[in-house]
Design a binder for this molecule. Structure first.
Ligand code: FAD
Ligand code: MLT
Ligand code: ZN
Length: 471
């Protein structure tokens, strides 16, 4: 027998607007890391905000759970339905228009299904920069970037997605629409409502469009791979660069030797640019948005590296710059080629991060003999991907079986250092236990109250972000 609400949803979006069977549907049911797999009777692909609102209205009427999905590159299973087979997936990919670019006002208005690369390209064609920079930019979507409050490699200078949003258009859980796309830098007329939806991972509303900040394009860049003795030396280098270059410092990424080895081994075109092997490396970049600085930033970078790094390679042309960046950006891909990996996305205060790496690293060495630490990432933000890579010729299933214990130990240590178990990847369905363990009852109660106010029936991305109350 046909299910009337599902038939109504199909009729609403038309034949081009849904999938209910076939291999294509599979792509929507599994997350990028293949940690989560769900079931769903229907993937909806609405064509515009009006259709999204009507879809939500029908779902609200029948209490059907809705799982919003962007590029499906998220790391926490936030875009994957549960296995009840009752939740519909709402994929935003057809809302992919650049609505407006205002170079004078440094703003761009885009639909949620635009990929990040598309938005960066649109900005560039107007001689502006949209600075969010992630390895997944060709696939992830602006709606997903907003919903996860994405970070990446330019946060040091431009902030996370939250800092880049001027306004949002959002469909609420009852189908009403907040049309909040004003490109205003200042607006104190009551609560900044759009802020609520940034980082809410589809649990409070569905983002259908965003008005984003643009910046002048850097006209000059100085990029280097520096070798440093240890993370403490990297932090000293960071401090020296900040002092010398101020806001021109846009990237500061830590990589251990293993990251250089794995990328050189598994990624075509990547090679270690040094003739000696070092224990730790930093990819750093200064960028100037006006040409008035002459050779300034290159000289600044070279001087600081001469004083604070063990060795350094400074890119002298675009090709060399791209080669250095490729090494950093392909670390996750190289890790995948090299076997299983137990991942953490943590942040601690920068002042204690070197001590944290030492203590947590010693624990890994002593307790995970079949794993090797590969702690890399956004040191300039205090954010590390504190990953443990399966050693070659070890048993992946045995290695992964200890993941819960390892997560618990590392996250407890992070908490003791005043840090967070999720710096930029969010919670999804992966980190619900961590929410329960590390968030205070008061924080959780306030979050539940917000959820109750905006989605009293609990139809928006059920089972994500918030652990069930009282369990
Ligand atoms: P999805 O995975 O589709 O969804 C993520 C969450 O957002 C889900 O909860 C979903 O329900 C919700 N959502 C999606 N669209 C909407 C919408 N329109 N309205 C409401 N809710 C919505 N992340 C970083 O922060 N920094 C990095 O450096 C980084 N590097 C990465 C590198 C690689 C190679 C990969 C594969 C991923 C990386 N990520 C990184 C993770 C990921 O790309 C980001 O989290 C990204 O923001 C997710 O966007 P998406 O469109 O793929 O969202
Ligand atoms: C990165 O910074 O490379 C990502 O956030 C982490 C990853 O892709 O594993
Ligand atoms: Zn990252």
């Amino acid at each position: 027998m046909k299910n009337a609400p599902l038939e109504a949803l199909k009729a609403l979006v038309g034949p081009a607007g849904y999938l209910d069977a076939g291999p294509d549907m599979d792509l929507y049911l599994t997350d990028f890391r293949r940690l989560h797999r769900g079931r769903s009777p229907l993937v909806l692909l609405p064509a515009n905000t009006g259709q999204v609102a009507q879809v939500v209205r029908i779902c609200a009427q029948h209490r059907i759970g809705i799982v919003p999905q962007g590029g499906n590159t998220g790391y926490c299973g936030g875009a994957t339905p549960d296995d009840s087979g009752t939740q519909v997936i709402l994929a935003l990919q057809r809302l992919n228009r650049i609505r407006q670019i205002d170079p004078l006002g440094d703003a761009i208005t885009v639909e949620a299904g635009c990929t990040l690369a598309q938005v960066r390209q649109a900005a560039e064609s107007a001689d502006r920069l949209f600075p969010l920079s992630l390895g997944s930019e060709g696939t992830c979507q602006i709606g997903g970037n907003v919903a996860t409050n994405a970070g990446g490699t330019a946060v040091l200078r431009y902030g996370m997605m939250r800092a880049l949003v001027l306004g949002l258009e959002v469909v609420l859980a009852d189908g009403r629409v907040i049309e909040g796309l004003k490109p205003l830098r200042k607006d104190n007329s009551g609560y900044r409502l759009h802020e609520l939806f940034i980082g809410s991972e589809g649990t409070l509303g569905i983002v259908t469009a965003a008005c984003l900040k643009l910046f002048p394009r850097p006209v000059e860049r100085a990029t280097a791979l520096a070798a440093v003795a240890d993370p403490a030396a990297a932090v000293q280098l960071l401090s020296a660069l900040r002092t010398a270059a101020g806001e021109q410092l846009s990237t500061f990424e830590l990589m251990p030797r293993l990251a250089v080895e794995l990328t050189s081994r598994h990624i075509p075109g990547v090679r270690d640019p040094f003739s000696s092997a070092y224990e730790w490396y930093v990819l750093t970049e200064l960028a100037a948005s006006n040409s008035g600085s002459g050779s300034g930033i290159q000289t600044t970078l070279e001087e600081i590296l001469a004083a604070h790094a063990t060795d350094a390679v400074v890119a002298t042309n675009l090709q060399q710059r791209e080669a250095l960046w490729r090494m950093r950006e392909t670390v996750p891909e190289a890790q995948r080629h090299a076997g299983a990996s137990i991942k953490h996305d943590i942040a601690v205060p920068i002042s204690v991060i070197a001590r944290f790496i030492r203590e947590a690293g010693d624990w890994v060495t002593a307790n995970v003999p079949d794993g090797q630490l590969i702690a890399y990432g956004h040191l300039g933000d205090g954010n590390l991907h504190f990953n443990i890579q399966q050693r070659p010729d070890t048993d992946a299933a045995q290695f992964l079986a200890r993941a819960p214990h390892i997560h618990r130990t590392i996250h407890d240590l992070v908490a003791a250092y005043g840090g967070t178990f999720s710096a930029e990847h969010g919670i999804g369905q992966l980190k619900l236990e961590d929410m329960r363990r590390y968030k205070s009852p008061t924080e959780l109660a306030v979050m539940h109250a917000m959820k109750q106010a905006l989605d009293p029936q609990g139809i928006l991305n059920p089972g994500k972000v918030l652990p069930a109350a009282g369990t």
